[in-house]
Design a protein around this ligand. Structure first.
Ligand code: FES
Length: 120
């Protein structure tokens, strides 16, 4: 049986589009990102060497394509660690280069009226 989740809220005005916000919930530090289209919430430490991911760049990446083709995708869904540039898919938490070995926890987050609610 998993433990009941905590609901943590803050005003929507504290996280405008394009911004990110770091919250501490218990002993966990979590970064919430507003891409303008979507909200994401992930654990704020890179599993490689524990850099703070909230300082990373939000971008897309090249996605699988034919030989010699370069197709860019996953725009605003990939967070790149500021230290050694490992990239994480914010939807799954998995590192693009080593999806089975490196993964960050993801959390449910959504708009609820004037608030943003995070479920941890
Ligand atoms: S600490 Fe994140 S890639 Fe090394």
């Amino acid at each position: 049986v998993s433990a009941p989740r905590r609901r943590v809220t803050f005003p929507r005005t504290e996280l405008p589009p394009g911004e990110r916000k770091v919250l501490t919930v218990g002993r966990r530090e979590i970064v919430v990102l507003n891409t303008g289209d979507r909200l994401y919430a992930v654990f704020n430490r890179c599993p490689h060497q524990l850099a703070h991911l909230h300082r990373g760049v939000l971008r897309g990446t090249t996605v699988p394509a034919g030989v010699g083709e370069f197709v860019y995708g996953l725009e605003d869904r990939v967070l790149r660690c500021p230290w050694h540039h490992y990239e994480y898919d914010l939807e799954t938490g998995r590192c693009l280069a080593e999806p089975d070995r490196l993964r960050i926890s993801t959390y449910e987050v959504r708009e609820e009226g004037d608030e943003i609610a995070l479920y941890v």
